[in-house]
Design a protein around this ligand. Structure first.
Ligand code: ATP
Ligand code: MG
Length: 448
């Protein structure tokens, strides 16, 4: 077998393997790192599989962490304090679609047999760089195929999460899914509700983090029936909504979007359409944290205030470009901090639909420039114009001194003044605002 230099694991991993072997055990690098290295992707997370029992691993190394002893995983800390997972060769003796009961004492080949996909079932020796690949993982890597180890149907019955993992790996590496594996994914779809939502959320997040252009993966989620089971609210979402996720890395826009959260929010945001009333419940079911859920809802509500073109029922149209006043009202309504995310989501959606768009990110040059110009205008307004009551040149005390009765009237007067200032920020001086109050003009403003 020819040695492949790109397979060389880092020294810390080789040192752990040497220690295990010196004590008479077998030690191999396995899993995602081997796969990634073979694909030429730099990888940090090397997992080690060993014939040593977890107790023996704990005895052999000075500093260990009991990461998952029940499953045979011991964390070994290297000299730099970095944790590496060392897992005892194992069989999965009992599975119910969610949990596995494992038995140690397996051989390397048996350990590889219980792994999910051929591309994840390759082992490499840390020093000799000898490769063990009993299931043809390298052939599938070269051909770009995700294929179950063994009988796809049985393997997915053992653990339904594998269906989602297959979709993710296919998206991440732009691989196709082998037909029997695809059939097993479709067959698994109705059973995915049995998975814990934490694991499902983790998978969705990994899709958002690892897959450069997630639209195709989301369409596969839909086509397989997985989306219908896991997030019914998204099963009928328009194709452009998923396509927009591919366009979210808006070239030319300043600042770095928070990719994961923005992509998640993009799943639930529809221009010109109020988010579903039970969005909060959907996000909670998906185990979003309160902070994430709130950010996501805010973005969905913000995007709903805008339509991509033409007048909508009370929405601000993006095209033709809105007036400064309309833009200020929009920024005031959604709040400064929501503006960048809202602008990115809208621009991504607009670029998917833009005339001349050849692909999700291939919006026409003019559309892209128009989007960027609009983004800059919105940001300038958000940070330079008065758009909140706190930005007014006077406050409640000033109004009370000017004779406005204390209580609700003060708040209402401030709202009316803000309205006048949103229309024309030049009005935001004490003198002009007091004059507006005195003349009662600010109240008639509303009426027309
Ligand atoms: P990632 O880049 O997402 O970490 P990975 O392949 O390393 O991908 P891990 O979840 O870290 O995925 O798992 C490490 C290895 O353990 C996998 O490569 C695979 O061999 C095995 N494995 C993980 N999850 C499963 C599963 N549900 N069923 C069977 N084997 C699995
Ligand atoms: Mg991994």
């Amino acid at each position: 077998m020819t040695a492949e230099p790109r397979l060389q694991p880092p020294e810390a991993i080789r040192e752990i393997c040497r220690t295990l072997e010196r004590a008479g055990h077998e030690a191999w690098c396995v899993g995602g790192a081997v796969r990634d290295a073979l694909l030429g992707i730099r990888t940090l997370d090397w997992d080690i599989a060993t014939s040593a029992h977890p107790d023996a691993v704990q005895r052999l190394f000075k500093r260990t962490v009991p990461v998952g002893l029940k499953f045979g995983t011991v964390g070994v800390l290297d000299a730099a304090g970095v944790l590496h997972e060392v897992t005892t060769f194992r069989h999965d003796v009992e599975t119910d679609g969610r949990h596995a009961v494992v038995r140690f004492g397996a051989s390397l080949d048996e350990d590889l047999a219980r792994r999910d996909f051929t591309i994840n079932a390759i082992a490499v020796h840390a020093e000799r760089l000898e490769v063990r690949d009993p299931y043809g993982g390298r052939t599938d890597l070269a051909a770009g195929i995700v294929r179950c180890v063994g009988d796809a149907r049985e393997r997915m019955q053992e653990d339904r999460l594998r269906a989602l993992r297959a979709l993710r790996f296919a998206g991440r590496f732009s691989f196709t899914i082998e037909p029997a594996t695809w059939a097993a994914i479709r067959e698994s779809a109705p059973h995915l509700g049995r998975l814990s939502m934490e694991r499902v959320k983790q998978e969705l997040e990994k899709v958002m983090e690892q897959v450069a252009r997630p639209a195709a993966t989301l369409e596969r989620y839909r086509e397989s029936g997985a989306l219908g089971t896991l997030v019914p609210a998204l099963a009928a979402a328009p194709r452009e909504r998923f396509a927009a996720l591919d366009a979210l890395a808006l070239p030319g826009l300043p600042g770095r979007p928070h990719r994961r959260l923005l992509r998640l929010a993009a799943l639930f945001a529809e221009p010109g359409v109020a988010p579903a009333r039970d969005l909060a419940r959907t996000l909670k079911a998906l185990k979003f944290s309160n902070v994430e859920a709130r950010a996501c809802e805010e973005l969905a509500h913000a995007v709903a205030r805008v339509s991509l073109e033409g007048e909508g029922n009370g929405t601000v149209p993006l095209s033709p470009p809105p007036s400064d006043t309309d833009l200020r009202r929009l920024v005031a309504a959604v709040g400064r901090l929501t503006v960048p995310g809202m602008a990115r989501l809208l621009w991504a959606r607009a670029s998917v639909r833009a005339p001349g768009a050849t692909s999700a990110t291939g919006a026409s040059r003019e559309a892209r420039l128009a989007g960027i110009a609009l983004y800059r205008r919105a940001m300038r307004i958000a940070w330079h114009d008065p758009i909140a009551i706190a930005d007014l040149a006077l406050d409640g005390d000033d109004l009370r001194r000017a004779g406005v009765p204390a209580g609700r009237a003060i708040g209402e007067a401030l709202e009316r003044l803000l309205d006048a200032v949103l229309e024309d920020p030049a009005r935001n001086t004490r003198t002009q605002l007091l004059a507006l109050i005195a003349s009662g003009a600010s109240s008639s403003q509303r009426a027309d």
